[in-house]
Design a binder for this molecule. Structure first.
Ligand SMILES: [Cu+2]
Length: 474
C-alpha cells in the first residue's frame, strides 16, 4: 500500500463557514532581554487557552496554549527559558529538532521529571542551528498536543537572510464535537490509537481559520510550513508561483530545489520555501490542502499593492542557499553501528504477541493495556536501548514499516539522512514519513551523550507502543 490520498480523511465543512481572519503582520523578533552574562532570559507560560478562535461559544473548553504565538531565538545566542506550568496537569517542553544537551530535551520520564502544576523548570541551551523548529509538550503528548500545547520556534541566522517577508504557517487539525467544542471525550480513544491516530475535522493555520496574509506584488517570501497535527499527513498545494525548497526540518539544502505540486508534510515535518510573488499579481492566492474531494483553502496570500522600486519588477535570480548549519558530516565514513528497527502491529497488522514491561503478552492483553504497536517485538519504552553507542560514532538504522499504516519517525537530538526516494538525496531530517511496506536506512553521527528517543510522531502510535531510545555514551 502506498501513501495515497485515501490516507487523507474527508473533512466536513464544520467551522469552515466562519469568516476569514486578516493577518496584518508577520511575527516579529521580540526585544531580547540579555543579562550581563550574555544569556538571553525568557519566560514561557503553559496555560488554558483564554480566547476562542474557532467558534464564538464563550470560554473555550479544554484548549491549552503557550502564552505567545511564536518563539524567535538567535543562532549561537545562549538562552535561559523559564517555563511555568499553569495547567491543571503536569507537563514538559521538548524543543523539536534542536540539537541541544540531553537534560534539556524535555522528555518527561526520560530526561526530566514532569513540571508539576504551579511549578517551573528552566531550560538552558544555545541554538546551534538556524531554521524552523517547534516546541511542544512531551508529557502525555497525545492529549496535550491535541489540546494545542505547541509553539513554532524560529532560530534566526546570525546574518539576516535577504527576503522581503518571513511567514510562519503552523498547520493543525482539531477534532470538534457536535456542539462545535473541542472534543475531549475522544482523547485517548483506542480506535484512533490502533488506526491512523487522532485526526480532526477542522483545519487551522496559526490557530486561525483561513487566515489572510498580506503580501505585496514583487516580494520574495520565506514561507515556513510546519505540521503540528497529532496524526494527519498533509499534502499542501502552494500557489502556482516560482518556488524553491530552501530547508527541511530546519536544515538548509545545499542547492535550493525548484518546487511544484503538492508538498507532503507528515506530523512534525517542516519545510522552508522561497516563493516569489509576481509584480503584477492581484487578488488572493490560496495555499490549499489536497483532499479526496475539492481542495480546501488553508490560508490566503492577499496581494496588497506592490513593492517600491525596480527590484521585483522582473523575474528574480534563483535563491542562494541558506548558510549551512554546523552539522557533523557523514560522507565517506565507515559505519560504526548497524541496527534494524522492525515496525509491526496496529489494525490489520496481525500482531499475535509482543513484549510489554518485560513480559510477553497476547494481543488481547496488549489492547487491555492500550498497546498495539511494536518496535522489534517490544511495545512502548524498553528497559534497554535499541542501541548503545559512543559519542562520535556513525550509526545506521534500517527501518522497516511492516504495518498497514504510514508512520512519521522522529529521532531526538540529531539530524539524519535517509535513502527514501520520496525525499531529495542529501536532505537532512529529524522526522521522515514511511509508507506501509517501505524501508529506509537512516544515518546519523551520535554526537551528544544521553538518552535520545526514537518514536512515531503520529503521536497516538507513540502512546500505543511505537517508541524506543538510543543511549549515547560520552
Ligand atoms: Cu506511526
Amino acid at each position: 500500500m502506498k501513501l495515497s490520498r485515501r490516507h487523507f480523511i474527508q473533512l466536513s465543512g464544520l467551522g469552515l463557514m466562519a469568516g476569514p481572519t486578516l493577518v496584518t503582520a508577520s511575527p516579529q523578533t521580540e526585544t531580547p532581554h540579555q543579562s550581563e552574562s550574555g544569556v538571553r532570559r525568557l519566560r514561557l507560560v503553559l496555560k488554558p487557552e483564554s480566547h476562542h478562535w474557532f467558534a464564538p461559544l464563550g470560554e473555550p473548553v479544554g484548549l491549552w496554549a503557550f502564552d505567545r504565538d511564536v518563539l524567535r531565538l538567535r543562532q549561537g545566542e545562549p538562552v535561559e527559558i523559564e517555563v511555568e506550568n499553569q495547567l491543571p496537569d503536569p507537563s514538559s517542553v521538548h524543543w523539536h529538532g534542536m540539537r541541544i544537551d540531553n537534560p534539556m530535551d524535555g522528555v518527561s520520564g526520560l530526561t526530566q521529571e514532569p513540571i508539576a502544576p504551579g511549578e517551573r523548570f528552566i531550560y538552558r541551551f544555545t541554538p546551534q542551528d538556524a531554521g524552523t523548529y517547534w516546541a511542544h509538550s512531551h508529557h502525555k503528548t497525545y492529549e496535550q498536543l491535541a489540546r494545542g500545547l505547541y509553539l513554532p520556534l524560529i532560530v534566526d541566522e546570525q546574518e539576516p537572510v535577504e527576503v522581503d517577508r518571513d511567514l510562519v504557517l503552523t498547520l493543525d487539525d482539531w477534532r470538534l464535537n457536535e456542539a462545535r467544542q473541542f472534543d475531549t471525550a475522544s482523547l485517548g480513544a483506542m480506535h484512533d490509537w490502533a488506526h491512523g491516530g487522532r485526526t480532526g475535522n477542522l483545519l487551522t493555520v496559526n490557530r486561525q481559520l483561513q487566515p489572510r496574509f498580506k503580501v505585496k506584488g514583487g516580494e520574495r517570501i520565506r514561507l515556513r510550513l510546519l505540521n503540528t497535527a497529532n496524526a494527519r499527513i498533509m499534502a499542501v498545494r502552494l500557489p502556482d508561483l516560482p518556488s524553491w525548497i530552501w530547508a527541511k526540518d530546519g536544515q538548509p539544502l545545499t542547492t535550493p530545489r525548484g518546487h511544484s505540486g503538492p508538498l507532503l508534510l507528515a506530523p512534525a515535518e517542516r519545510y522552508d520555501l522561497v516563493v516569489d510573488i509576481p509584480a503584477q499579481a492581484q487578488g488572493a492566492l490560496a495555499i490549499q490542502l489536497q483532499t479526496d474531494g475539492a481542495p480546501i483553502d488553508l490560508a490566503l496570500l492577499q496581494i496588497d499593492g506592490q513593492i517600491d522600486g525596480q527590484i521585483g519588477q522582473g523575474e528574480r535570480d534563483e535563491p542562494q542557499p541558506l548558510p549551512a548549519n554546523p552539522l557533523p558530516q557523514l560522507a565517506d565514513q565507515p559505519v560504526d553501528h548497524r541496527v534494524q528497527l522492525d515496525m509491526t502491529g496496529g489494525a490489520m497488522g496481525g500482531l499475535r504477541q509482543a513484549v510489554y514491561g518485560g513480559q510477553t503478552l497476547s494481543t488481547r492483553e496488549l489492547v487491555q493495556n492500550k498497546q498495539i504497536w511494536a518496535f522489534n517485538g517490544v511495545v512502548n519504552m524498553p528497559e534497554q536501548p535499541l542501541l548503545e553507542v559512543r559519542s562520535g560514532d556513525l550509526v545506521e538504522v534500517e527501518m522497516l514499516n511492516n504495518t498497514r499504516w504510514p508512520h512519521s519517525l522522529h529521532l531526538h537530538g540529531h539530524h539524519f539522512q535517509s535513502d527514501l526516494a520520496r525525499y531529495n538525496q542529501g536532505l537532512w531530517h529529524d522526522t521522515v514519513v514511511m509508507a506501509s511496506g517501505e524501508r529506509t536506512k537512516i544515518r546519523f553521527r551520535a554526537d551528544k551523550p544521553g538518552s535520545w528517543l526514537l518514536h512515531c510522531h503520529m503521536i497516538e502510535h507513540q502512546a500505543a507502543g511505537m517508541v524506543s531510545w538510543i543511549r549515547v555514551r560520552a
